[in-house]
Design a protein around this ligand. Structure first.
Ligand code: PMV
Length: 339
């Protein structure tokens, strides 16, 4: 009745922003992300008959388990359980500040909760459970480059498809003021450019996916930047501003790197941290320049990594669904969702 899971955040190259009306947390546009090694959430779920309510701590602080309880209720209902659970989660990177801690958090929770409840679900079903809590969490179930299209999540290329580094420029350790859920709902309700975003995002996504499969990093970088700016422009027009002065200074550095002949591209999510995409060979030069950018506190260098898994410390096979197929899991692929 207890399991530990590890999941990594993912950074969308082509972004999702906005939900399909009338459906349960289904993104309005397709997205494609990289699951990142180098940042991790570790979550322990223990069903415990002595508890009268679910409890949750994140990095040692007790917080209301509301959204976690929603997820656990699905698990309890599928497993025929009524027992409450304690959830203990830690992030080794800033929480709730646009570094996709909700993606790794709900991915780790979904893996740990299903395993603790004795459900041996295939990864696609665990991903669907995670998506209901945070759409981007579905992508963290898989390693490498992952697509979320409607409610279907699928790995599209292994972690080694492009020799890429993601330089996460941390500009604050604080949580963001406006959640992505509120930010995207406000954009959909108030932005005069939301219709333009819905029209543009699928085109950028399709072109980016093709460039990725062709191994064309400069085109992937260019399209990732287009996607981020189109998303943020639609949000800006509704008064939703996630970037800070430090983000824009870091972006000026990215452009200066390009002017100097170094392939570097920027992306930003629902928070002020700029993420710089570079080829591995340029990572050290780009990192040195970005470290000197005003307002950049530190840089986390991440590589494409593997999907969410039960922690080896529990002594079980790592990947959701692995025991049902006997497969040990291949980087970037789930043994159960290749369709
Ligand atoms: O999954 P959510 O609801 O936390 O939203 C994530 C939104 C972005 O990070 C801005 C874009 C994306 O596709 O990850």
């Amino acid at each position: 009745m207890k399991a530990v899971a590890i999941a990594h955040p993912n950074i969308a190259l082509s972004k999702y922003w906005g939900k399909k009306p009338g459906e349960w947390n289904v993104p309005a546009v397709p997205s494609l992300s990289i699951t990142l090694a180098g940042l991790a959430t570790t979550t322990t779920v223990a069903f415990d008959a002595a508890l009268t309510t679910d409890t949750l701590t994140i990095n040692g602080a007790a917080i209301a388990a509301l959204r976690a309880t929603e997820l656990l209720d699905h698990v309890r209902s599928a497993a025929g359980l009524t027992t409450r659970a304690s959830i203990v989660s830690t992030n080794d990177f800033p929480t709730a500040s646009g570094l996709a801690s909700s993606a790794s958090g709900f991915a780790a929770l979904a893996v740990a909760a299903t395993r603790a409840a004795g459900l041996d679900w295939p990864a696609e079903r665990v991903a669907d459970l995670a998506r209901r809590s945070s759409a981007s969490a579905a992508r963290s179930l898989f390693g490498g480059f992952v697509e979320l299209d409607g409610d279907i999540v699928r790995p599209v290329a292994p972690a080694g498809a492009i020799d890429l580094r993601v330089l996460v420029c941390v500009t604050t350790e604080a949580a963001k003021a406006v959640s992505s859920r509120i930010g995207m709902n406000t954009t959909a309700a108030k932005s005069p450019y939301y219709a333009g975003w819905l029209e543009t995002a699928p085109r950028i996504h399709a072109e980016l996916k093709a460039a990725l499969l062709a191994g064309d990093l400069p085109r992937v970088g260019e399209l990732a930047e287009q996607s981020a700016f189109a998303m943020h422009a639609s949000a800006f027009a509704a008064g939703i501003v996630y970037v800070s002065g430090a983000t824009l200074d870091a972006y000026a550095t990215v452009r200066a790197l390009r002017a100097d002949g170094i392939g570097a591209w920027a992306t930003m999510d629902a928070g002020p941290h700029l993420k710089c995409l570079v080829h591995a060979k340029d990572a050290a030069a780009a990192k040195a320049r970005l470290e000197a950018s005003p307002g950049v506190l530190r840089i986390i260098e991440a590589t494409p990594g593997e999907g969410a898994r039960v922690s080896a410390s529990t002594g079980e096979d790592a990947r959701p669904g692995a025991s049902s197929t006997g497969a040990s899991g291949v980087q970037g692929r789930s043994p159960c969702v290749d369709r």
